[in-house]
Write a protein that binds this ligand. Structure first.
Ligand code: NAP
Ligand code: HSE
Length: 441
């Protein structure tokens, strides 16, 4: 039997993705070895977990002594040459990545929160030490979009990305639409399927998608992006009536990330629940699938589609990075990752971004409600293309009703001003819920 040279892996995290990496390395080990320059075999030498006594679906048929609860033991282990960070979060995960880079050990991570919040620090250290960070799994699970942006499109100006880049939200919206599940039921499904974050708040409040959008924009536009400057709203407020309304109008409801470079050089970056036309290909992206539509000056329009979350698709991206790291560990490689090359880049304030809108108000019905809302909109120069207030057949004289307005294109800031004034009316019971209506042009 051929004896292959080995490269030791420290696997920090043995949950959904970590155990998927273990399974893939075992299932496809021979194939991976034959494709890794020099026939190097990747061997997991240490595994970091929080609770070593937890019962796990993936059995450690090797030495159960691989497990540790002390991350330093993993990073410092001389047999560990590459560190894979799959524990999530931005604190211990940062410490692990930092210590690995300082020790000269390449890092592979799927942690978009870590890179969006603290990537600037980590990539600076990566440059300083000459030790790479690989992060294909951090955006869109099994879709190779990071490589595409960094390598395949390196000669393009990228004009825009439109992305459905959170599998959990897309699963929830789809199940609410097609199976009539409640929000809570659909979220529970997404968690049991391994799509959701350990803290699923990040999935439903839009921040997981925003973290991914920040990574794409940083790579495409070359300047550091402050997460605090990004406008993000999630799907927690989406109700079946919004979905039904969108369907009647010929739209699908999606959590959409929009990244677009404007002619004057500013970059628009936002994540919001949006109505998108059923005729657009992104409307056909269902369940855990993600898609990223990229428009660039040389390649034109491209679409990247695949499973955006879950054990095996995500492990596929992590293993690809492991092989790249293994190749790099055996050969000299130039630095890759965030390369800030544009000093004057800036995000466009969300107030200055314009679309048309669907707005739902929770109102106490009284004569003149519609007129009051319409007056405030008119005073701000916001046109109304339609309004609707579904009648409850069991209680046509109900005091509390939902009222929907479809509004013509205007800057978001102007809409926000009008909504603040409308919300102060005595007949408005809660903060209005806003959906963008996107043309995706
Ligand atoms: P997970 O199922 O919750 O697994 C996390 C693992 O890390 C568990 O094994 C846990 O130990 C361990 N862990 C957590 N905190 C720890 C700590 N402080 N010290 C030691 N061990 C700790 O999470 P996951 O879904 O695999 O996600 C991992 C990372 O991949 C996250 O950054 C996530 O955003 C990213 N990601 C996930 C997906 C996906 O589809 N799930 C897709 C792309 C990227 P125990 O097993 O003992 O609890
Ligand atoms: N929680 C994430 C999602 C995992 O649902 O898309 C993939 O990054």
């Amino acid at each position: 039997m051929t004896q292959h040279p080995t490269l030791g892996i420290g696997l920090a995290g043995f949950g959904t993705v970590g155990s998927g990496v273990w399974n893939t390395l075992h299932r496809n080990g021979a194939l991976i070895t034959s494709r890794t320059g020099g026939g190097v075999s990747l061997e997991v030498e240490r595994i970091l977990v929080r609770d070593p006594n937890k019962s796990r679906a993936t059995t450690l048929d090797a030495d159960p002594g691989l497990l540790t609860t002390n991350w330093r033991q993993l990073v410092d282990d001389p047999k560990v040459e590459i560190v894979v960070e799959l524990i999530g979060g931005t604190t211990t995960a940062f410490d692990i990545a930092e210590a690995a880079l300082q020790a000269g050990k390449p890092v592979v991570t799927g942690n978009k929160a870590l890179l969006a919040e603290r990537g600037i620090e980590l990539f600076a250290l990566s440059r300083e030490t000459g030790v790479p960070i690989h992060f294909e799994a951090a955006v869109a699970g099994g879709i190779p979009i990071i490589r595409t942006v960094m390598d395949s499109f390196v000669g393009n100006h990228i004009q825009s990305f439109f992305g459905i880049i959170n599998g959990t939200s897309n699963h929830i919206l789809g199940r609410m639409t097609d199976a009539g599940l409640t929000f809570g039921e659909a979220l529970a499904e997404a968690r049991s399927l391994g799509y959701a974050e350990a803290d699923p708040t990040l999935d439903v409040n839009g921040w997981d998608a925003a973290h991914k959008a920040i990574l794409l924009a940083t790579l495409a536009y070359g300047f550091p992006i402050d997460p605090g400057a990004v406008h993000v709203s999630g799907i927690e407020q989406v109700r079946p009536m919004d979905i039904a309304f969108a369907t009647r109008l010929g739209y699908a409801v999606k959590l959409l990330a929009v990244i677009r470079e404007h002619a004057e050089g500013g970059v628009e970056l936002r994540v919001q629940p949006s109505f998108i036309p059923n005729s657009h290909i992104l409307a056909s992206v269902h369940g855990v699938f993600n898609a990223v539509a990229v428009n660039s000056d040389a390649a034109g329009e491209s679409l990247f589609y695949g499973r955006g979350a879950g054990q095996d698709p995500t492990a596929s991206s992590v293993v690809a990075d492991l092989v790249e790291a293994a190749r790099g560990a055996r050969h000299v490689e130039s630095h890759r990752g965030f390369l800030p090359y544009r000093e004057t880049g800036a995000l466009i304030p969300v107030e200055d971004t314009a679309t048309s809108y669907y707005v739902r108000f929770d109102v106490t019905d009284r004569p003149g409600v519609i007129a009051d809302v319409a007056r405030i909109l008119a005073e701000r120069g916001i046109g109304i293309s339609g309004t609707h207030s579904p009648v409850n057949p069991d209680d046509p004289d109900a005091d509390f009703v939902d009222m929907v307005f479809l509004l013509h294109t205007c800057p978001f800031g102007r809409l926000q001003g009008a909504l603040a004034e409308i919300e102060a009316l005595d007949c408005i019971n809660s903060t209005p819920v806003v959906f963008r209506i996107e043309t995706l042009a």
